[in-house]
Design a protein. Structure first.
Length: 397
């Protein structure tokens, strides 16, 4: 094969692309092990790929990255990586008929392109969130998802939806046990101290720098609200009946000067307005000197459910809990609490492979698109310092 440029490797134009016939696309039909490939073997690819490799009845068949050190990262750190085939062009990996599923953990702005190719290759897809960095990219991913075979499982890295604790919290909310929910809150408060300097990596071209350090650039990541906060935003949508807000109003910006990249916010406060008079608040802040508070709260007329990656809690009025005086703010409303038994990404990847093995496919692309669009709506609201409608957001690209 002729040497290919990094851009060719990213876009897959350097080689022909074989699309497997439906009857041969899923080799697990003849083999009990579900084989999977990983496209993008940076930190997230290794993390999720390792959890996938630990699921019984799976086999890492191939890895793909455009950088040699990332390939080595995958081969040495993902179980089974030492025996996995290696590709520099993701289309070559997708053309392999013995690969049943693919994990896409590339930079956010490439998700629509790589997802589209994986759909065409008739692979089961686990794509990291979000669905894209901008409106045009998310629309491209949605169009691709509509062409997927009914037999394809399509899942995104919105792992809260597979957590037993989140599912219990949702059941409580839907049951009416906490009454009518009119206010929802998502907190993404985390981070160290503001950086004062940045050591630019040596020997990187400007193109490579923006690929490898994509998280620092708005056009590559979508910004903090899209790349990070979409998890919490997705929970607001989910508890609102898997709908989306009609509009959003917000504020945000930089408390401290940037030392690298062009991110335009290290804090933002967004109010989303859902049908039926329901409000969803997103409160996000970085550079919190190590303090972390990542959770959601759903306030009903008769109680409150709090969800997080490690627990759920149910609160409500408890009789015979007198306060000492008007200044006593001690919380005595806890009714029940359950702690998660494991990291919820494990729940998500096990559900993914169970869907494939049990032939019970589902397509999460509309859910991921909604979460990403909702995050972009919030980004537009804080950038423009005004209320922005859902339709206005969709029509922006």
């Amino acid at each position: 094969m002729e040497p290919i440029s990094r851009r060719q490797a990213l876009t897959g134009v350097a080689t022909g692309f074989l699309i497997a016939r439906p009857e041969t696309a899923f080799s697990y039909q003849a083999n009990s092990a579900i084989s999977f490939g990983v496209i993008g073997t940076g930190g997230r690819g290794v993390y999720v790929g390792t959890h996938m490799a630990h699921v019984a009845g799976t086999r890492l068949a191939a890895i793909c990255d455009i950088y040699p050190d990332r390939i080595d990262n995958g081969k040495t750190r993902i179980p089974g990586g030492q025996d996995a085939r290696v590709y520099r062009n993701y289309r070559e990996l997708l053309a392999q008929t013995d690969i049943d599923a693919v994990l896409i953990t590339t930079p956010v702005y490439l998700h629509p392109e790589h997802f589209e190719a994986a759909v065409e290759a008739r692979k089961h897809i686990y794509c990291e969130k979000p669905a894209g960095a901008d409106v045009a990219g998310v629309k491209r991913l949605l169009r691709a998802s509509e062409k997927a075979e009914k037999s394809q499982t399509i899942q995104f890295g919105l792992q809260q939806r597979f957590s037993p604790e989140y599912l219990t919290g949702l059941d409580i909310s839907k049951s009416g046990k906490i009454g009518e929910v009119k206010l929802m809150m998502s907190y993404w408060i985390l981070g160290g101290t503001p950086p004062k300097s940045f050591n630019r990596p040596a020997n990187l071209s400007p193109e490579d720098e923006k690929i490898r350090l994509w998280g620092s650039w708005m056009d590559r990541s979508g910004g903090v609200i899209v790349e990070q906060d979409c998890h919490g935003v997705d929970m607001l949508n989910w508890f609102a009946g898997d709908g989306h807000p009609a509009s959003a109003r917000g504020s945000g910006g930089l408390r401290y000067p940037l030392v690298y990249g062009d991110q335009d916010s290290d804090h933002h406060e967004i109010t989303y307005y859902y049908p039926g008079g329901v409000e969803g608040w997103l409160i996000s802040a970085k550079h919190t000197a190590g303090f972390r508070d990542v959770k959601e709260q759903f306030f009903g007329s008769a109680g409150m459910v709090e969800t997080a990656r490690t627990y759920y809690k149910l609160h409500g009025p408890i009789a015979n809990s007198p306060y000492k005086n008007a200044d006593d703010l001690t919380d005595s409303s806890l009714i029940e609490r359950r702690v998660s038994t494991r990291e919820i990404t494990i729940d998500a990847v096990e559900a993914f492979f169970a869907s494939i093995r049990d032939r019970k496919p589902y397509n999460m692309a509309p859910v991921a698109a909604n979460a990403t669009f909702t995050s972009i709506l919030g980004r537009m609201a804080y950038q423009q310092k005004r209320e922005v409608t859902w339709n206005e957001m969709l029509q922006s690209a």
